[in-house]
Design a protein around this ligand. Sequence first.
Ligand code: PGA
Length: 258
Amino acid sequence: MTTTRRPIVAGNWKMNTTVAEAVVLAAAVRDAVGAASGVEVVVCPPAVSLFPVQAVLEGGDVALGAQNVHFESGGAHTGEVSVSMVASAGATHVIVGHSERRARFGETDEWVSRKVRAILDARLVPVMCVGETLAEHDAGRTDAVVTAQVRAGLGAVSKDEAHRVVVAYEPVWAIGTGRPAPPEGANETCGTIRSAVAHAFGPGVADAIRIQYGGSVTAANAATLFAQPHIDGALVGGASLVASTFGVIVAAAEARNR
Ligand code: PGA
């Protein structure tokens, strides 16, 4: 398989950084990443920092993403933000269905699907997370779980637009644990995800869609993960809070496409 997919490396800052800290970190990331040739680079600060961070990133090579949105366009949804709101603050990408949201905030596959729909409608890029828990992993259910999540999450997407979605494979047991999935295993599951996409939308879409790996990605393990044929970048949590480390991860993705 010849891979022409442009890798995408996204930093998920989670519930870290005040506005002032986010602005400082964003400037450091911008400087560390420099001209990111051949790689799409995104940072996802907390919602309150989207707009100030956008001012720091404007005109550069680092794009801005939100960590979550509501699928409705507006109305009585106290505490939520809509896609058009994050877009008006400069976001071009949105993380959807992160396992922390699924596990702690009750985000269902149906919600994920509605959010993906709303994000595509607004011409933004959904970064849709899927992944199995440790119990599911140990029970040998990984393929079934991620296939079901991919099918459900992309359930309202048409063949023509499916390639615009980025899928992030994040085994729950690898997130924030310092215990990444072994590269070959991660690659295999990303291959399973690509097969699920092929089944739903055909081989052309499956070949074009980008699949990230996420879960304890570091400067030390990124290159090995990116050497895997089905892994098209990373969704990075903890390591994205240190600009120099994030810069090394981006450089590893750049090196892969050479
Ligand atoms: P981690 O988080 O890199 O800190 O494991 C990844 C994620 O949750 O997206």
